[in-house]
Ligand binder design. Structure first.
Ligand code: BGC
Length: 824
C-alpha cells in the first residue's frame, strides 16, 4: 500500500512538472511537507514566507521546524565573521576549469558546514555586457556556456557538501546603475540563448536548490513579481522544484509578489508581511492556496536538504581551513591572465632584473570589489608581499614605493611650520558633531576604507574626517590639487571652498589649479564623510612648474617596475557602475612611471576591461589580476617569477574603445524612461564583435603562456544517432615548460538559417595540462543542442539543418583548425 502511494505521488510530481524533476526532490518529500503544512496555522504560514534577522528563515519550534541559516557569497562566506576569501568568481571563470570550479564550491560548502550555514547566496551568473557594470567581478563573463560550466561545477561542489546553493540574480541584472528602477527589455530568443542558459543549467544539471530574483525589471515587470519568469519559465519549462527568494529588498509590492511566484521575501517579510497578506486574504486578492504553495517550496528544501532538525556547526572542519586556503591559491594561480609579454620579459630573469620597485595603490592590502560579496579573511598576502617573497627567493631586491611620499613638502600641521603633515580629526557621525574620537597627525591622505578606518572607537560606517594645516611654498607657483572620495569631500583654502562635492556616492575626483605665493601661509582644510558602503579618499598636490618628478627620479634606481593598479572596492562594486576609464590617480602614476623609462609590468585589478589605449602600449608586460582573494599576492609572485606558468583565459572580450562594444547603444538609458532595450539581441560579447567585424584589444578566450602549444590531428565526426558530434585532436606542448592550454571549440552555421546565427559560439572546451614536450590525445563530444537555436514560435530549441563550421582554437580570434560538417 505504501509503495503504491509513493508511486502515485511520483506520478503527480511528474505530471505537474513535466518530464524533469530535480534529483533531490524525491517522492516522499511532499508527503512530509503536506503533513507539516496541515499542522501550520495561517499566521504561521504568513510568517514563514518572509526571512528574519537578515540571513535566516523563520523557525516554528512547535512543529520542530528549525530556521535555515544563510551566508553571503559568492566568493567566500561574507556573513559570519572571518572566512577564506577566494578569488572573485570572474577569476574562477578565467581558469576555464570546471573541476576547479567544483573544488571551489566544495571548499565553500565546507566553510558553510564549519559555521552551521545551510544556504550560500551564490553563485552569481549574470552575463557581462559592458565593462562598467559594478558587479562584473561577481559574475562569470560574457559567454553563456563558459558561465554555465563554471556555475555547474560551483553548485555541485557546494551541494555535495549538503549545503544549498543559490543561483542569482534572476534575471538581467547586467548593470548596476539605478538597479531598482531599470527595466531590461530582452526578447525571448535572446533570453533563452544568452541570459537564461546558466540558470537553466543550474536547475537541470546542478540541481540548485534556490533561485534569487534580481532588483531590476524584465520587460516592464519586476523579476521578483514576474509570473512568466518564475512560474512559466523557471517552474514549468525548466522543472525547478526549489525555493525562489527575493534579493534583499527587491520585493516591491505585496500582491504582485504573492501572485507572481515569489516564495520567500528576504531579508524579511516587508511587502509580503503577515498583516498585509492577512488583509489581502480577506479581500480575495491573494488566496491561501498561493500561500500554501510558497510554504511548500520552502519546506521542501528544508526537508530535502536535511535542515529541518537543524544542522550544527561541524567542529571537525577548521574555520580557517588549510584546504580552503589551498583552493583559493589554486584558483588565483590558474585564473591570472597574462595579456602581454613583450620580448618574453616574463617570467622575470633574476640575473637581469636585480632590483624591482613595486608601486601603485593596489600593492598593499587585501584587494577586492565592493558590496555584499565582501569577505573578511583571517589572513592575506598582498601583491607586494607575494612579489617580495618570491623575488627574494630568486635573489632579487624588491622594494615598495608610494608616490604620495614624493609630494612637494609644503604641508605643515600649523603656522609654526615646524612639523609636516595634517592635523587629523575623526568623528563618529557624518557632520563633525561633538568631540573627535581620534585626533592624530597624518603625513598623507590616501585611504581605502572598505572595512572601516580600523581606528579604535571608530564606526565602520557613518563617520567624518577633517584634515587641517598650513601650506607654504618657498616659491610662487601654480599648484594642481586633486581630491577624490567616496562619499562626500571638499577642500577649503583660507576657509573658502575650492573643491566641493559634498554628496554621497561612488568614488569620483575633482581637480583645481591654484597659485601659491612664495612664503605665504594658506590655511588648508579637507573634509570627508563616509555614509555607508564603499569608502575611500585621497588628496594630492603638485607644483605645475616643477618638471622634476621626485617619484619618477626614485624609480630610476630600479631595473624593473611593477605597477599594481586598476580598481578596488573604492571604485568598483555593487550598487553602482564604474567608469570605463582608468581612475585618474592611476593615470597620473603611470605617467610618472613611464617618464622614468624603466621597463614596467602592470598588474591590474578589475572585474572586466578598462580603457587602455593610452597606457597599455608603454607596458612591457600585463597581467590581469581580477580580484585574486586572500592568496592573490602569492599567485602573482609565482607567475611573475615563473614558479607557475599562467593558463588563465579572458572570460570576456576586451574592447579597444567603449564605442566598439555591441551594447554601446543599448547599455544606458539616455532618455531616462527607465527602459533599456537590449537591441543587439544575441550578438553580445564575441558574437557581436564578430558580426560587427571589429578589431578588439584582447579577444574572448585569450591568455598567454610561458610555453607554446601545437594542435594537430583534428577530426570531426559525422553526427551520431543522437545528433552529437565527436571532435578529436592532439595537443602538444612544444616549449620547455610545463603548462596548460584550453582547447576551445566554437560552432558556427555557414549557411543562412531562418534566423540570424552567430559566426561562432563556444560549445565545448577542455583545459589540458602538459609537461614540456608532452602530447595528449583529446576527445570532446559536442551535443546535438549545440547546433540548435531558440524558436520563439514553438518556444523550444529547434534543429537547424545545414553546414556548420566546427572551429578549434586558443581564443575566439585564434582558430587553429576548422572543419565543416553537415547537420541534417
Ligand atoms: C545582493 C545579493 C546579496 C544580498 C544579501 C544584495 O544586495 O544583491 O547578491 O546576496 O544583498 O547580502
Amino acid at each position: 500500500m505504501k509503495q503504491r502511494k509513493i508511486t502515485l505521488a511520483f506520478l503527480l510530481i511528474a505530471n505537474v512538472f513535466g518530464a524533469f524533476a530535480q534529483k533531490w526532490y524525491t517522492p516522499d518529500i511532499d508527503q512530509k511537507v503536506e503533513a507539516l503544512l496541515k499542522q501550520m496555522t495561517v499566521e504561521e504560514k504568513l510568517g514563514y514566507i518572509g526571512g528574519v534577522n537578515w540571513m535566516y528563515t523563520q523557525n516554528i519550534d512547535r512543529l520542530g521546524i528549525h530556521r535555515m541559516k544563510m551566508s553571503d557569497g559568492p566568493q567566500g562566506l561574507g556573513t559570519n565573521g572571518k572566512s577564506t576569501a577566494y578569488p572573485a568568481t570572474v577569476m574562477l571563470a578565467a581558469t576555464w576549469n570546471e573541476n576547479l570550479a567544483y573544488q571551489y564550491g566544495q571548499s565553500l560548502g565546507r566553510d558553510c558546514r564549519a559555521r552551521g550555514v545551510n544556504i550560500i547566496l551564490g553563485p552569481a551568473v549574470n552575463i557581462y555586457r559592458a565593462p562598467m557594470c559594478g558587479r562584473n567581478f561577481e559574475y562569470m563573463g560574457e559567454d553563456p556556456y563558459l558561465t554555465s560550466r563554471t556555475a555547474v561545477g560551483y553548485i555541485k561542489g557546494v551541494q555535495d557538501q549538503g549545503v544549498m546553493a543559490t543561483i542569482k540574480h534572476f534575471i538581467a541584472n547586467n548593470s548596476d546603475y539605478d538597479r531598482d528602477h531599470i527595466s531590461n527589455d530582452i526578447d525571448e530568443r535572446t533570453l533563452n540563448e544568452i541570459y537564461f542558459p546558466s540558470f537553466k543549467a543550474a536547475v537541470q544539471e546542478a540541481e540548485v536548490g534556490a533561485v534569487m530574483t534580481s532588483y531590476n525589471l524584465l520587460n516592464g515587470i519586476y523579476t521578483t513579481e514576474n509570473p512568466w519568469l518564475l512560474k512559466e519559465v523557471l517552474r514549468k519549462q525548466w522543472g525547478f522544484n526549489g525555493v525562489v527568494m527575493s534579493d534583499w529588498g527587491s520585493t516591491h509590492y505585496c500582491v504582485p509578489a504573492a501572485k507572481g511566484g515569489l516564495d520567500l521575501e528576504m531579508a524579511g517579510g516587508e511587502k509580503m508581511n503577515p498583516k498585509d497578506m492577512a488583509y489581502y486574504l480577506k479581500t480575495g486578492d491573494v488566496t491561501i492556496d498561493m500561500v500554501d504553495e510558497k510554504v511548500r517550496h520552502i519546506l521542501r528544501v528544508l526537508i530535502a536538504f536535511g535542515f529541518k532538525d537543524g544542522v550544527g556547526e561541524d567542529k571537525s572542519i577548521p574555520l580557517d581551513n588549510p584546504a580552503s586556503v589551498e583552493t583559493a591559491l589554486n584558483v588565483a594561480r590558474e585564473g591570472l591572465v597574462l595579456l602581454k609579454n613583450e620580448k618574453n620579459i616574463l617570467p622575470i630573469n633574476p640575473r637581469k632584473y636585480k632590483h624591482i620597485i613595486v608601486t601603485g595603490k593596489n600593492a598593499h592590502g587585501y584587494i577586492k570589489g565592493g558590496g555584499s560579496g565582501g569577505v573578511i579573511p583571517f589572513h592575506y598576502t598582498s601583491l607586494f608581499e607575494g612579489i617580495k617573497k618570491e623575488g627574494e627567493l630568486n635573489g632579487v631586491k624588491v622594494e615598495y614605493v608610494d608616490e604620495l611620499d614624493f609630494l612637494p613638502g609644503i604641508m605643515y600641521t600649523d603656522n609654526s611650520l615646524s612639523q609636516t603633515g595634517f592635523r587629523t580629526e575623526y568623528f563618529n557621525n557624518i557632520n563633525f558633531e561633538g568631540n573627535p574620537v581620534v585626533t592624530q597627525t597624518e603625513k598623507k591622505i590616501n585611504y581605502s576604507w572598505a572595512g572601516g578606518t580600523e581606528l579604535p572607537g571608530m564606526n565602520r560606517e557613518n563617520y567624518s574626517v577633517r584634515w587641517s594645516g598650513v601650506m607654504c611654498s618657498k616659491e610662487t607657483a601654480d599648484f594642481d590639487f586633486s581630491m577624490g572620495g567616496d562619499d562626500g569631500y571638499r577642500v577649503f583654502i583660507n576657509d573658502q571652498a575650492v573643491i566641493d562635492d559634498w554628496t554621497p556616492g561612488a568614488f569620483r575626483s575633482s581637480n583645481i589649479t591654484k597659485t601659491l605665493e612664495a612664503g605665504v601661509k594658506y590655511r588648508i582644510r579637507i573634509e570627508y564623510y563616509q555614509k555607508g558602503g564603499a569608502a575611500g579618499v585621497n588628496f594630492i598636490w603638485k607644483n605645475k612648474n616643477e618638471n622634476k618628478d621626485e617619484f619618477s627620479a626614485y624609480l630610476n634606481k630600479a631595473d624593473l617596475i611593477i605597477a599594481c593598479f586598476g580598481h578596488n572596492s573604492d571604485t568598483e562594486g555593487e550598487g553602482s557602475d564604474r567608469t570605463f576609464e582608468l581612475p585618474e590617480k592611476d593615470k597620473k602614476m603611470l605617467a610618472s612611471i613611464f617618464s622614468s623609462k624603466k621597463p614596467t609590468i602592470g598588474i591590474v585589478n578589475a572585474g572586466g576591461n578598462i580603457e587602455m589605449q593610452e597606457w597599455e602600449p608603454s607596458l612591457k608586460g600585463l597581467i590581469w589580476g581580477f580580484y585574486g582573494g586572500q592568496e592573490a599576492g602569492t599567485a602573482v609572485g609565482d607567475v611573475l617569477f615563473g614558479k607557475v606558468n599562467p593558463s588563465g583565459k579572458l572570460p570576456m572580450t576586451f574592447e579597444k574603445r567603449w564605442e566598439d562594444n555591441p551594447a554601446y547603444n543599448s547599455y544606458h538609458d539616455p532618455d531616462g524612461d527607465k527602459h533599456v532595450a537590449y537591441t543587439e539581441g544575441i550578438f553580445i560579447g564575441y558574437r557581436g564583435y564578430d558580426k560587427l567585424k571589429r578589431e578588439v584589444q584582447y579577444p574572448f578566450g585569450y591568455g598567454l603562456s610561458y610555453t607554446t602549444y601545437k594542435l594537430s590531428n583534428v577530426a570531426v565526426s559525422k553526427p551520431n544517432a543522437d545528433g552529437a558530434v565527436e571532435v578529436t585532436c592532439k595537443l602538444t606542448n612544444t616549449g620547455n615548460k610545463a603548462g596548460a592550454q584550453v582547447i576551445q571549440v566554437y560552432v558556427g552555421k555557414t549557411e543562412s538559417s531562418v534566423v540570424e546565427r552567430p559566426e561562432k559560439e563556444l560549445r565545448k572546451f577542455e583545459k589540458v595540462f602538459l609537461k614540456a614536450g608532452e602530447s595528449k590525445a583529446v576527445k570532446m563530444v559536442i551535443p546535438q543542442n549545440a547546433f540548435t537555436y531558440f524558436d520563439v514560435n514553438t518556444k523550444k530549441f529547434v534543429k537547424d539543418a545545414g553546414n556548420y563550421n566546427v572551429m578549434l582554437g586558443f581564443s575566439s580570434r585564434d582558430i587553429k583548425a576548422q572543419q565543416s560538417i553537415l547537420i541534417n
